[in-house]
Design a protein around this ligand. Structure first.
Ligand SMILES: N[C@@H](CCC(=O)N[C@@H](CS)C(=O)NCC(=O)O)C(=O)O
Length: 376
């Protein structure tokens, strides 16, 4: 009895000690304020709530791919006067539709603003988002997205009037800067000016047209976004406002903006198809396969690797089927529809003056970052 009492006392004392210690630990822990680095990413979705269903199956059943895009950025995604969508990102929507459905025209384009795009993906209004969207940690994790692969390595720039005299960001203390809401641009702008101890006033907009109007009225001294976006907007700057020559893009690149297609978390069949379409078009360029020679290459592949990529046998061998859940010729369909990476770039981005040679978007064999893992 005595020993029971002793153990009880010991237990109470240890418990008190444990509680005291844990409180101490808690108190001693540094007070870190956790900020979600994302007013762009306000919609804090619970990614685990995504149903575990396959978008790939849905697209196959529906017979149409719902692709979230930009409709106001020449080069990447824009509606032509004929009412059709075109651009670098649009070609990736077409390539995925061709790969899955065998028909590049089976795309329903859903135009989205920068701030509406993630909600559209998580609410399943779209299957896939391809809208000059930067891969970041918070978008990947907090917002429950999966970035497939980078199709364009970009970086943020600052555009000013040539007659403003601004040569560097440091010259811009006190300036008013036009910027789009719901973008990485808005956040990087703040990082850059704050860390340099420079005052500035952001003038934010939901869409590009009123932003451009404000810039033309000189209500802001600088216009910041991805350098590709600046090239696009500068190229189309109206003559009445001075034309492209009235504007200069400062040399500095303020950030890393890797752009590419994204899907929802926990949707790996669909994710894999989109990712390997991106890689397949890169490999096609490396292997010298184009939209015009793909049929000939498929009929007589030059090597076993080319046969695997195009989903055809090499000699007497078997077709390599990697169980993507689509026809093994899926990359062949994608190439036929839009061409290889170089052809897509040439068609949409070269006309904007975005020189590929010597940039991060050159092929890895030429010193760039455009690289596909082995298709085997
Ligand atoms: N890459 C950045 C910026 C994306 C972005 O929205 N860029 C602007 C300018 S390049 C745009 O698409 N503007 C067209 C519009 O919203 O009308 C991001 O993912 O947040």
């Amino acid at each position: 009895m005595k020993s029971k009492l002793f153990f009880l006392l010991l237990a109470v004392m240890s418990l008190t000690l444990i509680i005291a210690c844990s409180e101490e630990v808690e108190e001693a822990a540094p007070q870190v304020e956790v900020t979600k680095d994302s007013h762009d990413d306000d919609d804090d979705h619970d990614h685990d709530e995504h149903k575990d269903h396959s978008t790939l199956e849905e697209v196959l059943e529906r017979g149409v791919l719902k692709c979230g895009v930009n409709d106001n950025l020449t080069g990447f995604g824009v509606v032509t006067s004929a009412g059709t969508f075109e651009g670098f990102d649009i070609d990736y929507c077409k390539a995925v539709a061709a790969a899955i459905l065998g028909d590049a025209s089976k795309v329903e384009y859903v135009p989205l603003t920068a701030s509406a795009r993630f909600e559209a993906l998580s609410s399943e209004e779209i299957d896939l988002l391809i809208r000059n969207t930067t891969w970041t940690a918070s978008r990947d994790r907090d917002l429950g997205n999966d970035f497939t692969a980078t199709t364009f390595y970009d970086g943020q720039g600052m555009m000013v009037y040539a007659d403003s005299g601004y040569k560097t960001i440091e010259d811009m203390a006190g300036a008013t800067i036009c910027v789009l809401q719901g973008t990485t641009t808005e956040l990087n702008l703040d990082d850059r000016f704050k860390s340099a101890g420079l005052d500035y006033t952001p003038l934010t907009f939901e869409t590009n047209d009123p932003l451009q109007a404000a810039f033309e009225e000189r209500r802001c001294d600088g216009w910041t976004t991805d350098k590709s976006g600046l090239a696009s907007k500068r190229a189309e700057f109206p003559a009445a406002a001075g034309g492209p020559e009235a504007l200069v893009v400062l040399a500095e690149t303020l950030s890393k903006e890797p752009l590419g297609p994204l899907t929802r978390d926990n949707d790996s069949e669909f994710y894999d198809v989109v990712q390997w379409v991106v890689f397949g078009l890169i490999q096609a360029e490396e292997s010298g396969i184009t939209s015009s020679n793909v049929a000939a290459m498929a009929a007589d592949p030059k090597d076993p690797g080319m046969a695997r990529l195009l989903g055809v046998p090499y000699g007497d061998g078997k077709v390599a089927d990697f169980s993507f859940g689509v026809d093994p010729t899926f990359i062949q369909h994608a190439i036929k529809a839009v061409g290889n990476y170089g052809e897509i770039y040439e068609r949409h981005l070269t006309p904007l003056g975005l020189t590929r040679a010597g940039s991060l978007n050159a092929m890895w064999t030429e010193g760039g970052l455009i690289y596909a893992p082995p298709f085997r």
